[in-house]
Design a protein around this ligand. Structure first.
Ligand code: V47
Length: 373
C-alpha cells in the first residue's frame, strides 16, 4: 500500500487513503480520477478493489446473442444497427427461426448456458409476439438462462400491451425470462440524452425498470456508453446514480462500460475511444461502484487486447463466447464477433488471473487453475 501511495500524484493520495480504508468515493474524487493521467496508479488502486471483492478470479461464460430484428422505431444517433421497415437490410426473424438458430448453436456447443436476446422496437410486433419469443426459447431449452430485453424494450412491450412494467415482467418471467441485460443506460444526464437519444426512456425510467425487476427477484446488469459527446462529469454522475440505485435494491450484478464505436452513426465528429480512456473508465468505474460485485470488460467493444489488460485495471469479467453480435459490428467493431472458450481462458491466465467459467448469475461452473487447461 505504501509503495502504491508513493506512485500517486499528490492530489490522488487522499483518494487512495479512502480506497484503502473502504470509504466511499465522492463525485469530486471521481472527477479527479478521470482528470488524472496517473493511469498505472489508478489501475493498481482499481485492481486492489477488484481483488478484494473477487480475489484473483476473472469470469467468462459460454453464451450466444440473438437479435430478433433490426427494425426499430428508435432514433438513437449512436446506433448504426437500426433499420426502417422498408430498408433493404431490414430483417425480422420468426419465432421458428430464432429457435432454429439456437438449436444450431447448441449442436455446435452443448456447453452453452446463456442466450442474450435484444433487438429493435419493431412497430408491428404486439405484446404477445415479444412474450412468445421467450416462451418458445424456454420450451425448447428448459435449462438455458434467458437474459433478454433491455429496459427500453420492456417499457415498449408494456406500452404495446397496455400493461404496467410489473405485469409485463411478471408475464415475461412466467414465459421463461431469467434476467435483464444492461443496454439502454447510455449516459443518464438529460442534456446528453437529448443530444444522442432524445426519444429514449429517461434515466429515471431506466433505473425504475431495473429496480422493479430486482424487487421481483430478477438480477440485471447496467451499462454506460462512453466516448461520444459526454464529459467526465457526466460519466461520474452516471456512476453515482447507479450506485444509489444499487444501494436500494442490490440487484445489479455487473457494470459494463461500453466504448462508443463511431462508424455509420449520426454523432457529429465521432471518433473511436482510446486505450487510455477505456482503461481509465474501467478503473474509475471499479472505484466508484463500491456496491457492484463485478465490472465487465466487454471484449467485443474493447477488443481482445484492451479487454485483457483491463483485467489488471479493475475488471473481473470479460463476457462470453458471444458467437454473433450485430450492434457493434454495424458501428465499425474492430474485434470479431466470436471467440473460443480456450482463447478467453488464455487471455485471463496471461493477465495473471484465474479463469472461472460462470453462469449468468455468477454461479461458478468451472475453475481453470491447472497448467494444461
Ligand atoms: O444500449 C449502441 C450500445 C448497447 C453503439 O448486459 C453501442 O451483459 C458502442 O447493452 N458503439 C447494447 N455501443 C449492448 C449491451 C450489452 C452488451 C453485452 C452484454 C450486456 C449485458 C449488455 O450497445 C446499447 C448501446 O448502449 N451501442 N450503438 C455504438 N455505436
Amino acid at each position: 500500500m505504501e509503495q502504491l501511495i508513493s506512485l500517486l500524484d499528490k492530489e490522488l493520495i487522499p483518494i487512495a487513503e479512502k480506497v484503502f480504508n473502504g470509504e466511499r468515493l465522492s463525485f469530486e474524487d471521481g472527477l479527479k480520477l478521470f482528470e488524472s493521467s496517473n493511469l498505472t496508479a489508478i489501475g493498481m488502486l482499481a485492481n486492489y478493489v477488484a481483488e478484494k471483492k473477487n480475489g484473483k478470479f476473472a469470469y467468462f461464460n459460454v453464451n450466444v446473442h440473438i437479435t430478433p430484428t433490426n427494425i426499430c422505431i428508435g432514433t438513437c444517433k449512436f446506433c448504426a444497427f437500426r433499420k426502417s421497415k422498408n430498408d433493404p437490410d431490414a430483417y425480422e426473424l420468426t419465432t421458428e427461426e430464432i429457435v432454429k438458430k439456437l438449436k444450431d448453436y447448441y449442436s455446435q456447443n452443448p456447453n452453452l448456458t446463456e442466450v442474450h436476446i435484444v433487438g429493435g422496437l419493431h412497430p408491428d410486433w404486439n405484446y404477445n409476439r415479444f412474450i412468445e419469443i421467450i416462451r418458445a426459447v424456454r420450451e425448447n431449452f428448459p435449462d438455458i438462462h434467458i437474459k433478454a430485453y433491455t429496459a427500453e424494450e420492456i417499457k415498449y412491450i408494456a406500452e404495446k400491451g397496455n400493461k404496467s412494467v410489473e405485469e409485463t415482467l411478471h408475464e415475461l418471467i412466467e414465459a421463461g425470462l431469467n434476467s435483464i441485460p444492461g443496454g439502454g443506460g447510455e449516459i443518464f444526464n438529460e442534456r446528453i440524452r437529448q443530444k444522442i437519444c432524445p426519444e429514449k426512456i429517461t434515466a429515471e425510467e431506466y433505473l425504475q425498470i431495473h429496480k422493479t425487476a430486482h424487487r421481483m427477484g430478477l438480477k440485471s446488469n447496467a451499462t454506460m456508453l462512453f466516448g461520444h459527446v459526454e464529459t467526465y462529469a457526466d460519466r461520474v454522475d452516471h456512476l453515482i446514480r447507479l450506485r444509489e440505485a444499487q444501494d436500494e435494491t442490490g440487484g445489479f450484478q455487473t457494470f459494463i462500460p461500453l466504448a462508443f464505436h463511431p462508424l455509420n452513426t449520426k454523432i457529429p465528429n465521432a471518433n473511436y475511444t482510446t486505450g487510455v480512456d477505456e482503461l481509465k473508465t474501467i478503473a474509475v468505474s471499479r472505484l466508484i461502484l463500491d456496491n457492484f460485485p463485478h465490472i465487465k470488460a466487454y471484449w467485443i467493444m474493447l477488443g481482445e487486447k484492451v479487454a485483457q489488460i483491463a483485467l489488471q485495471f479493475g475488471a473481473d469479467d470479460i463476457d462470453g463466447t458471444v458467437t454473433e453480435e450485430d450492434i457493434t459490428q454495424a458501428a465499425g467493431a474492430r474485434a470479431g464477433q466470436s471467440i473460443p472458450k480456450s482463447r478467453l481462458i488464455k487471455l485471463i491466465k496471461e493477465a495473471g488471473k484465474i479463469p472461472v467459467e460462470r453462469d449468468t448469475i455468477y454461479n461458478v461452473l468451472h475453475i481453470y487453475n491447472s497448467e494444461k487447461q
